[in-house]
Design a protein around this ligand. Structure first.
Ligand code: C5P
Length: 265
């Protein structure tokens, strides 16, 4: 997957995006289905599937509905991001990764803070598995700022902790990272063009959702996240809480397409 070789600070978002950039943006937008159950998930997918190709199943939906909730998404041809953020002893995480690998997700998450042994065990659990999901290590949650991080006993600056965790995960053979769009450029610089870089904490320039501010601390616009080197953007409430989710998704895709123009420069 191509990543920006050069960034273009002179970029202007005033022009309409080219259709091919909009299509490319559709391949890179992951909608977080943070809803209470399968009925709400399907309703949201019905509203969004003409605009969006990726859906994220996270803890709220997975705990309520179980693995079966992935089946209708896969049957409809959507790409699935299974965001369980595993964090346990190596043997337990390896078992969970093995179980999850059979569910048809293309990407899944585990916490880098579980340490090198846990990450290596997760990697090893996928050896010999056909069509394994890509393993993504969550660095520092986008809801955490320096105060929140310090409260966990980590006195490093957030950006430094993200880099430490991402380098550790890279050495353990992990495919990519989840970080905030604010650290994306730094992570991309050392991880290289082949790493998958997923950024939540996306807040559109034209946000129509009524509930700002929320729990996300390290945020950026869709265009800036891509200019910084993100491969995929995860967006939840700015789409799912919007009065018209499909309309909100299309606006975000336009902002993403504008950001992708920088990649071609
Ligand atoms: O609603 P919002 O756009 O903030 O949703 C962000 C999604 O990304 C949530 O589903 C959240 O669990 C997930 N996520 C995150 N920060 C991370 C990893 C995942 O916000 N570091």
């Amino acid at each position: 997957m191509p990543v920006p070789e050069r960034l273009n600070p002179a970029f202007s978002s005033a022009r309409s995006p080219a259709p091919d950039l909009l299509e490319e943006a559709r391949n890179r937008l992951i909608v977080a289905l943070d809803v209470p159950g399968p009925a709400e998930a399907i309703e949201m997918v019905n509203r969004l599937e003409s605009s969006c190709r990726w859906f994220k199943v996270g803890l709220e939906l997975f705990v309520a509905a179980g693995p079966a909730v992935l089946e209708p998404l896969a049957e409809r041809g959507h790409s699935i991001f299974l965001d369980l953020k595993l964090h346990d002893i190596p043997n337990t995480v390896a078992g969970a990764v093995r179980s999850a690998a059979a569910l048809g997700a293309r990407m899944m998450t585990l916490h880098a803070a579980g340490g090198p042994a846990m990450l290596e065990a997760a990697r090893g659990a996928l050896e010999g598995v056909a069509n394994p999901p890509q393993l993504l290590a969550v660095t520092v949650l986008t809801s955490m700022d320096a105060v929140q991080l310090a409260a966990t006993g980590c006195s490093a600056p957030v950006a430094g902790q993200v880099e430490l965790l991402a380098r550790m995960a890279l050495a353990a053979g992990i495919d990519g990272f989840v970080c905030s769009p604010q650290e994306a450029a730094a992570v991309r610089a050392f991880a290289g063009p082949g790493a998958v870089l997923v950024t939540p904490g996306i807040r559109p320039a034209k946000d129509q959702t009524p509930s700002r501010p929320d729990d996300q601390k390290r945020i950026a616009t869709p265009g800036d996240a891509l200019r910084n080197g993100a491969s995929y953007l995860v967006v939840g409430r700015p789409i799912t809480n919007a009065p018209n989710p499909a309309h909100a998704a299309e606006n975000i895709l336009k902002e993403m397409a504008a950001g992708l123009e920088a990649w071609a420069c």
